[in-house]
Design a protein. Structure first.
Length: 356
């Protein structure tokens, strides 16, 4: 049957008469999209390595040497993933000069919103006045901000939304076992947000991304929610805290993310020399340094090292690091920044953007 005719087939019934019908309408947005503004929320409570070592057999020196982390921030019990997102989102909207009413979609990248459903994004949209924007969460571990940014750029360029609010947020202190020697010193809390909108020139280069589900279990929650069903003794099932096989994650990140970064630079039509900033997921300072050297970044490229006082904030780490670099003058508006996200899944995504 032709595309412009209505009918039935294979049902055995009589075929209704063919009738002409119009071709479906389509929509196209502006040719280019850009990050228009960035916002951040950081906890006021600073947690030192010494405090972390009250619960695990470790030392300040070991944590600094192996991860580069000197301190991290933990949100208090009353502050939710939604509160954190609203603070970061409001700052991003103000920085972009965009009214919440012209946001057509809100994407929240997170693994620590403590409700299976509904998504955090609908409440974030409501509290910011971005209604009735489409709103949803995505789960791609520490790579999720770069995934959400790719979605946002395509939504704008496709004409589905004029402006998109992208939030990367995680409150990992809720899902960290403070007595687990392989994670307690690493994870932290924070939120970063950007507004993506139309642009006259290319400002979000093509995203390169992928996944490796054969390694799904190297970073995961210890238990599934189903294991908690019907259990009356809380001690009988472990809280679904994050666990990881640190060395496997480390080796994968160092081995696989440098080629990904190089592909993202090539997809942007650039060479490492053309970059102004490198903003990888803040997983471990040693991973950041090894990636920078494998990609062959020249000295003039500013490297995000927000992890030193922020820890690993999963989906929040890239926008938080971007916010700090711009606020502290390590990178300038208009510069080319390479973003690389990688983590649970295993999932990964990278793109070059023009800094807002
Ligand atoms: C977690 C991580 C810091 C551990 O560092 P590592 O060098 O791989 O540590 P290992 O597990 O190989 O252990 C090395 C030694 O340190 C010891 N050690 C492990 N954890 C320790 C801790 N918290 N404090 C002190 N010593 C510790 C081990 O017992 C071992 O001692 P040994 O050599 O005497 O046997 C590192 O693997 C890492 O950062 N991985 C990536 C994690 C990550 O980025 N996750 C998020 C991805 S999004």
């Amino acid at each position: 049957m032709s595309a412009d005719a209505v009918g039935t087939s294979g049902t055995g019934g009589a075929t209704p008469p063919r009738r002409e019908r119009p071709t479906l309408a389509t929509r196209r947005g502006p040719e280019h999209a850009r990050i228009m503004g960035v916002g951040a929320w950081r906890p006021t409570r600073v947690v030192t390595n010494a405090e972390v070592c009250e619960h695990i057999d470790s030392t300040d020196e070991w944590i600094r040497q192996r991860t580069g982390i000197e301190s991290r921030g933990w949100a208090d019990a009353e502050t939710s993933v939604i509160d954190m997102s609203v603070h970061a989102g409001a700052e991003a909207l103000a920085a972009a000069g965009v009214d919440a009413s012209s946001i057509g979609a809100v994407i929240v990248a997170t693994v620590s919103h403590p409700y299976q459903t509904p998504a955090a994004a609908t409440q974030v949209a409501d509290r910011l006045g971005a209604t009735p924007a489409a709103a949803w969460d995505i789960s791609a571990g520490c790579a999720a901000f770069c995934h959400a940014l790719a979605q946002a750029a395509d939504l704008v360029r496709g004409g589905t939304a004029e402006h998109v609010l992208v939030v990367g947020v995680d409150k990992l202190s809720d899902f960290t076992d403070l007595t687990d020697r392989s994670t307690a010193f690493l994870f932290a809390d924070g939120a970063g947000a950007v507004v993506v909108g139309p642009s006259d020139t290319p400002a979000i280069a093509p995203t390169v991304w992928g996944s490796d589900g054969s390694m799904w279990d190297v970073i995961k929650t210890r238990t599934s929610w189903l294991e908690h069903r019907g259990v009356t003794d809380p001690a009988a099932v472990e809280w679904p805290a994050l666990q990881q096989e640190g060395q496997k994650v480390f080796r994968w990140a160092v081995f696989a993310m440098a080629p990904l970064a190089l592909r993202a630079i090539e997809a942007a039509g650039l060479t490492p020399d053309d970059l102004d900033a490198f903003i990888p997921h803040q997983a471990n300072m040693r991973i950041i340094d090894k990636l920078a050297s494998q990609v062959g970044l020249p000295d003039h490229v500013a490297i995000a090292r927000d992890i030193r006082t922020t820890g690993n904030t999963s989906a929040a780490s890239v926008p938080l690091a971007m916010h700090r670099m711009l606020a502290e003058g390590q990178a300038a508006s208009g510069g080319y920044a390479l973003l690389v996200g990688f983590g649970a899944g295993l999932s990964y995504a990278a793109q070059v953007v023009v800094l807002p």
